[in-house]
Ligand binder design. Structure first.
Ligand code: ATP
Ligand code: MN
Length: 465
């Protein structure tokens, strides 16, 4: 069957032409004149196409007059210039076919406005609402813009494994994967601990928290790569910014230092904002009006924004001047809190800021050690309203320094043998960063809760669908 997306039908001015459309009824109103007006939506737009259905239709009484919100239909008719205000066209139906009926007493979306909390309980139906339709389309736009950006620059798309035996950042945050009988796991008789040698992989295995270490293997072979895949964190923090399953984009670039890394990160962010502004004007208008005033203007401004670049030292000095304004006192050696990051981006620079060279104690083991002995070549990109959106670094490419750092942190270099091999065999300077995809979708839609920008959110005690 051939049908025209409603978004295209609404833009069509070929009056008198015959179109077939398909979608779900939003509302129906019967007129005394012996016709019905049906607002039809197919998820291509927030706007509905008005169907005018005359009583002469053979199924007018049996079906058209029983069209309730949620019913699925196809309509063939002629496109007519609409006399009604607020719409340019309407479709005068010659044939209405009922595909799926929908009981108005039982359909959860029958009633007008429904809270986002309630909609989470019907996450399988919420994409039919205007808000979640817009979120889904913006999410799609950002995903495609991501691939376009990296592909155009010669990066290869790299798929990191989901099961992993290595721990990138923090063991406490990892989900364990096992096929052992949890009620009766085999124990090592000497240690009394669970014997993972008898587990499926013969080792303790987790879901990945980041594809970075694996991506480095391909950067150190193909030049530039990026991951775009799911990552998992068993963080108990029940916040509006954390999910247990979220998607991450992690570019890794060979022969690149920290400044090159920041160049790519800043270009990538501008490319994402540009894509949403250009490709999702209708969605941005919707979010601007309904969710967050000023959103559209902010994204337009960011799409061409210059990013300030400062060092962590400078950031601390700037923050200390304003120490009284903060809940957490800023001082050298402490990680920047969200309030600090926002102060820099909103008050000091009135725009995005890239902060470089953080104290090594607050950053990961693989970051390249600077000559000062105190800092590492890390960079965080901070945006107004949200603070950190990207975290990245130049990686330590010197074997002796990396091994020493791993030992210093009480970890075993043997566990990282393949990662260290990259430094043994043809080591090169390389850099990369990570962007939490849902944090970005949240920023571009103004949605308050990260659970509302992923189709089926996973969070502590939340996995119905
Ligand atoms: P936070 O301090 O907000 O928990 P993090 O320091 O743990 O973040 P990273 O380890 O740097 O984050 O992860 C890279 C990116 O992934 C972050 O910049 C953020 O955008 C995103 N991210 C991290 N944790 C989550 C999560 N639980 N849910 C969604 N996105 C996340
Ligand atoms: Mn975290």
């Amino acid at each position: 069957m051939k049908h025209t997306p409603i978004k295209a039908a609404l833009q069509c001015r070929d009056f008198g032409s015959t179109l077939t459309v398909a979608g779900w009824v939003r509302t129906r109103r019967d007129s005394k004149a012996g016709l019905s007006f049906v607002e039809l939506n197919d998820g291509s737009s927030t706007r509905n196409l008005q169907i005018v259905a005359p009583k002469e239709l053979p199924n007018y009484q049996s079906q058209v007059q029983k069209l309730y919100p949620g019913c699925a239909i196809t309509v063939t008719g002629s496109l007519v210039e609409s006399p009604a205000a607020g719409q340019a066209v309407e479709l005068h139906a010659r044939e209405v076919t009922l595909l799926g009926e929908c009981d108005p007493m039982k359909y959860p979306l029958s009633k007008g406005r429904i809270s986002f909390e309630r909609l989470r309980e019907v996450a399988h139906l919420r994409p039919r609402t205007n808000t979640f339709g817009c979120v889904a389309r913006v999410r799609n736009c950002l995903a495609m813009a991501t691939h376009r950006f990296f592909q155009e620059r010669g990066f290869y798309y790299f798929n990191a494994p989901i099961f992993t035996a290595s721990d990138c950042e923090g063991a406490g945050e990892m989900f364990q994967v096992t096929t052992l009988d949890l009620n009766n796991p085999p124990k090592n008789p000497e240690t009394g601990k669970v014997d993972f040698q008898q587990d499926f992989f013969g080792k303790a295995v987790n879901l990945t928290v980041s594809g970075q270490l694996e991506a480095e293997t391909h950067a150190c072979a193909l030049g530039s790569v990026y991951t775009f895949g799911p990552t998992f964190r068993a963080e108990k923090s029940n916040t509006t910014r954390h999910l247990s399953e979220f998607w991450m984009i992690e570019p890794e670039i060979a022969f690149a230092d920290l400044q090159d890394d920041a160049d790519v990160a800043e270009d990538y962010l501008r490319a994402l904002f540009t894509a949403v502004v250009q490709e999702c004007p209708e969605e941005l208008d919707f979010f601007d009006q309904r969710i967050e005033k000023g959103l559209k203007e902010r994204l337009v401004r960011l799409s061409t924004a210059k990013f300030a670049r400062i060092t962590y030292d400078e950031a601390i000095q700037l923050l200390e001047k304003n120490a009284d304004a903060f809940e957490f006192k800023p001082y050298w050696g402490a990680d920047l809190q969200s309030e600090h990051e926002r102060h820099l981006a909103e008050k000091v620079f009135n725009g995005p800021v890239t902060v470089m060279n953080y104290p090594k104690e607050i950053k990961a083991f693989y970051m390249r050690q600077n000559d000062d002995g105190k800092t590492v070549a890390a960079m965080d990109v901070l945006l107004p309203e949200v603070g950190e959106i990207i975290g990245g670094s130049q990686r330590e490419e010197r074997l002796d320094l990396l091994e020493a750092r791993i030992r210093e942190l009480g970890m075993e270099p043997e566990n990282y043998w393949w990662y260290l091999d990259l430094r043994r065999f043809g080591s090169v300077p390389h850099s990369g960063f990570g962007l939490g995809f849902e944090r970005m979708v949240r920023f571009c839609t103004g949605m308050a809760n990260i659970r509302d920008v992923i189709p089926f959110p996973r969070a502590p005690r939340e996995i119905e669908f």
